[in-house]
Ligand binder design. Structure first.
Ligand code: TNX
Length: 501
C-alpha cells in the first residue's frame, strides 16, 4: 500500500510501501555497519525497548551501509522483511534511515517488539532544515543543547542556529574581549541565572551536532540587541533608546527599563545599538567573527540585524554592509535577519532569514528579495507559523503572542515557497526558532518545541505533492510518536488537536 497509509512516520517519506506484519525484535538480531550508526541504533533501541542488540562484523539481520550511488544527498532506502537493510546515500542519509527505523519500532500487546515491515525510499525536499535555540534570554547548558540536538535531529533537522548574544546576556567566551563573559553573562531575562559556553563547551556542542549531522550556525546579534556588550565594554554602545512602546510594555509587564552599564533583565527589544561610526566597533566585530570562525567548521556566521530600532536607518545600512563583509573576509557565508536587506550593498551571497508573516507586511518582502538580488538565498522562518515561542492557545502558560497563536495545525499548514515572490530555487529551506524569554527551564523549551517542530520538520523534508501532506494524515502519524518521545523523556505538549497513542 502506498501513502496515504497510517505508517507512523514523521516526516513522511517520499515513498513507502507497507509489508505484512512485523519483523520480531529480540536479542538475537545482530547489527552490522559503520560504528557510529550502529551504536546510535543499538542505544536507541535499548532506550525504547530495553533490548540490547548485538553488533557484529559478520552476518547480521540488520545491515547498515553507505552507497553514494543510492539516491541524492541525505537520502536513504530502507527495506524491512525478515531482515532489515538501510542504505544511505551518505552518512547523513544512513543516520536518517536509522531515525525512520526507530519510528517503526512497535511494542505488541503481549510485550514483544517488532519493526513494521516496509520498503521506503526517501530524500529531503530542502537542503536546509533548521532549528534555533535562544541561549541569550535564558541560558541552556551543554547537556540541554545536546538533548535539543538529539530530539530535533531525530526529526531530520540538519542545522542548529545558536542565538549567542542579546540584550540580556553574552554566552560565548571570546579571548580578545574577555569582559564579555566576565561581566555580561551571569544573568538572564527576569533576573534568572545566566551562564556562558567556554570555547571547549562550544567545540563539544559543534562535535556533538556533527555526530547527528547538524551544522552549527553561531549568531552574534548586531547592531541592536547589544545592551550586554555595553555592560562589558561601554565604549562600544550608544545610550539606551527608550521609545514609547518599550516604556509602555515594561510598565505593563512590570519589567525594568534598560540602564546603561547595568545588566538588563526585561524582554524589551529595539533599545540598544553599537556605535556605528567608531572603528573600534568594527575591530570588535572582526575579532568576534574571527574567533567564532576558528571554532565553527560549518560555512555560516549569523550577524543578526533584527529589530535595530535604536539605530538610525542610514547607520544600520552602513553597518549591515560592513558586518557582512567582515564575515566574508573571515571565509564564511554571512547570514542575517531579513531587515539587513535594506542595505543596497550587503555582501554578495549573504543568506537572509525571513521572519515576517505568511502575508508579508511593510518593507519585509523587499528586504528579503535583496538577498536574492545580491546572489544570496533565503531561509524561511515566518513568525506567524514557524515561531516556536508563540503560544499554542491564548491560555497556554508559556510563550508570547505578538505574532499570533500557533496551534499545531497552523504550524503545519504553510508552504515556504508561497510566502515571497522569489524564484523557488532561492529558498534554501526553513528554520524554526525558539526564543527563550518565557522558558527558564529546558522542559519549558520542550513544551513549546514539541510537537510543533515535527510539523516544521515535515514541511522541510517531505515533498509538497505527497498524498501524505495533509493535516489529517499528519495528525494521525504525529500521534504515534508519543511512545518514542516518552521513551526519550521529551516533555512534549499533549495538544488536544492530536490523539496520542
Ligand atoms: C522577535 S523577530 C525577535 C526576538 C524576540 C522574539 C520573541 C526577531 C528576529 N527577533 O528578539 O525574542 O521576537 O518572540
Amino acid at each position: 500500500m502506498v501513502f496515504p497509509h497510517p505508517l507512523p512516520l514523521v516526516p513522511a517519506p517520499v515513498s513507502a510501501t507497507a509489508g505484512e506484519g512485523r519483523m520480531p525484535v529480540t536479542r538475537a538480531l545482530r547489527v552490522t555497519g559503520p560504528a557510529d550508526a550502529t551504536t546510535q541504533l543499538i542505544d536507541a533501541v535499548e532506550r525504547r525497548s530495553g533490548i540490547r542488540l548485538p553488533s557484529t562484523d559478520g552476518p547480521a539481520e540488520i545491515t547498515l551501509r553507505i552507497d553514494p550511488a543510492n539516491g541524492s544527498p541525505e537520502g536513504y532506502s530502507l527495506a524491512i522483511a525478515d531482515s532489515a537493510e538501510i542504505v544511505g546515500a551518505d552518512e547523513a542519509g544512513l543516520f536518517y534511515g536509522v531515525q525512520t527505523l526507530l519510528q517503526l519500532l512497535r511494542e505488541d500487546e503481549d510485550g514483544t517488539w517488532g519493526f513494521l515491515r516496509v520498503q521506503i525510499t526517501d530524500a529531503p525536499r530542502f537542503p536546509r532544515r533548521g532549528v534555533m535555540l535562544d541561549v541569550a534570554r535564558h541560558f541552556f547548558g551543554v547537556d540541554d543543547v545536546k538533548r535539543f540536538i538529539d530530539s530535533t535531529s531525530a526529526l531530520k533537522f540538519n542545522h542548529l542556529h545558536l542565538h549567542l548574544s542579546d540584550d540580556q546576556g553574552w554566552r560565548i567566551h571570546i579571548d580578545s574581549w574577555p569582559r564579555l563573559t566576565e561581566l555580561s553573562s551571569s544573568t538572564s531575562a527576569d533576573g534568572d541565572p545566566g551562564g556562558f559556553y567556554s570555547k571547549d563547551d562550544y567545540r563539544e556542542i559543534v562535535a556533538y551536532a556533527a555526530s547527528r549531522h547538524m551544522i552549527v550556525i553561531p549568531e552574534i546579534d548586531l547592531p541592536g540587541h547589544t545592551h550586554a556588550i555595553g555592560v562589558a565594554y561601554p565604549e562600544l554602545v550608544e545610550a539606551p533608546v527608550l521609545n514609547d512602546d518599550l516604556i509602555a510594555d515594561s510598565a505593563r509587564l512590570g519589567q525594568p527599563l534598560p540602564v546603561a552599564g547595568e545588566t538588563y533583565t526585561g524582554w524589551g527589544v529595539g533599545h540598544s545599538s553599537v556605535r556605528i561610526h567608531e572603528e573600534r566597533t568594527y575591530d570588535f566585530v572582526r575579532d568576534v567573527v574571527r574567533e567564532l570562525a576558528e571554532m565553527t567548521p560549518g560555512p555560516y556566521i549569523h550577524v543578526g540585524g533584527d529589530e535595530s530600532l535604536g539605530t538610525p536607518q542610514a547607520d544600520f545600512d552602513l553597518f549591515a554592509s560592513r558586518a557582512t563583509a567582515i564575515v566574508v573576509e573571515a571565509g564564511k557565508t554571512p547570514v542575517a535577519w531579513h531587515e539587513m536587506g535594506s542595505a543596497e550593498n550587503i555582501a554578495q551571497g549573504t543568506v537572509g532569514q525571513y521572519w515576517g508573516s505568511i502575508s508579508p507586511q511593510g518593507t519585509h518582502a523587499d528586504e528579503a528579495a535583496r538577498f536574492v538580488d545580491r546572489g544570496g538565498a533565503l531561509i524561511m522562518s515566518p513568525s506567524d507559523a514557524a515561531y516556536l515561542d508563540m503560544k499554542y492557545a491564548p491560555d497556554f502558560p508559556l510563550g508570547l503572542d505578538w505574532a499570533g497563536i500557533i496551534d499545531v495545525r497552523t504550524a503545519y499548514e504553510w508552504d515556504p515557497t508561497a510566502v515571497l515572490d522569489v524564484p523557488a530555487a532561492a529558498i534554501l529551506g526553513i528554520e524554526t526558532p525558539l526564543w527563550s524569554e518565557t522558558t527558564p527551564n529546558y522542559s519549558d523549551v520542550e513544551q513549546l518545541v514539541f510537537p510543533r517542530a515535527a510539523a516544521h520538520a515535515e514541511i522541510g523534508w517531505s515533498p509538497r505533492e505527497s498524498p501524505a501532506r495533509t493535516w489529517e494524515s499528519f495528525r494521525s502519524r504525529l500521534g504515534t510518536l508519543a511512545p518514542l518521545w516518552n521513551a526519550e523523556g521529551i516533555a512534549f505538549h499533549r495538544s488536544a488537536e492530536v490523539s496520542w497513542s
